[in-house]
Design a protein around this ligand. Sequence first.
Ligand code: ADP
Length: 456
Amino acid sequence: MSVDPSVPAAEPLLQMALRVEQDIFVIRQRGREVAGVVGLEHQDQVRIATALSEVARDLLRTTDGADVTFHVDGGGDGRFHLRADLAPVTPLPDGRYEPQSGAVSRLVDTLSVMTVEGVTVVRMSRRVPANAPTPTPERLAEFRAELGRTAPGSALDELTVQNGQLIAALDEVRSQRDELAVLNEELAETNRGVLALYNQLTEELEETNRGVVALYAELDEKSAQLRAASESKSRFLANVSHELRAPVTAIIGLGRLLADSSSDPLTTEQVRQVGLIRSSAEDLLGLVNELLDLAKAESGRIEPDWADVDLRPVFGQLRGTMRALATRPEVELTVEEPSAPAVLRTDEVLLGQVLRNLLHNGLKFTERGEVRLRARRHDDRWNFEVSDTGPGIAPELHDRIFEEFYQVPGATRVGGTGLGLPYARRLVTLLGGTLDLFSEPGRGSTFTVSLPTGGA
Ligand code: ADP
């Protein structure tokens, strides 16, 4: 709503005189009517009417009365204001006016004493709401006509209206107070709920924390037990195999003595039996030695002897020693010479043991085809592949064959202890590498040892 500058401020909407006590009621009543006509809301009508009657009472007490005029004019804020001027008929004491009740100035937007064209007036104003009809000159004329039609009522009428307003205001205050009480109660209820929830959450959190702490303690305890169990197993293996080595070696020696040509001659049957004792004792010694190796590797008593190892002589040596084991004519052993330079920082003896073990297995389990060893460099790693065209291993057993004493059912007839692969994996781990298997039944197996070029 924009302010129409053509709105004349000169012609008042209404004017009246304040001379006697009775006039206060009339001014109050008419003030409310003017406020209603220009579009002030009910509450604001009551406010301005109350302010008018208070100021009128003050002026009647301190002067001989006043001339009261009402205008609508545009304010600096782009909105219209209802303005009431009370011009005292005799000068204000000291030319000043201070309302008797301090609350009066809070009922209106402005309340001040000013001099307009040489006349001192007490002026109050209240903003007309934005949704009220724009006070065009025509509409102002209508307002004036409307106000002219209504005659001022008696003091008693105004008192009745005032009482009604007071009761309505009291009712409103009461209902607001009741609403506030309900709201407060709801708020307190919500607060109690939030507090209970918070307490519950805190409790649950503490409970969970206690659970987690207990779980960790249990986990620590279990892993300590596991470590202790593994250590005692290694100790047991080492002790037993160590104790067994001497008597088994003695049995082999005695068998050799018995079969010696310088000893008393044996019957053919005795020779056969002594031969059996010796081969059993040699198998036993093999097992005892493997157990000892594994126990040593597990207890961390093997310290790799790091050196720059040229792979080509290592492979040459392996070709030589393994050829002796490749007894089947249907199986070809191929050791591929790695291309130069093939140098790796590792422990030559341990690496030799691992590759020998894998080649030995390949030769043991492959009935026809080939067993092949090759080494290839990938970035900062050397990969050694031992592949064969043997029976292959079902995927679900790929982990199990690395467990101690595990042998794939049916494969036992070719001999062995089930300790070779766990030992090989231990050694590879010591060398900072990994030992993995790729195999499927009927498609052969490939064991891959992957070692870092620069050592562990
Ligand atoms: P061992 O050879 O003394 O039985 P290992 O630990 O070396 O013990 O091997 C465990 C088992 O894994 C073997 O008994 C065999 O069942 C299976 N296995 C190992 N290497 C091969 C292979 N190249 N081809 C097929 N099966 C194999």
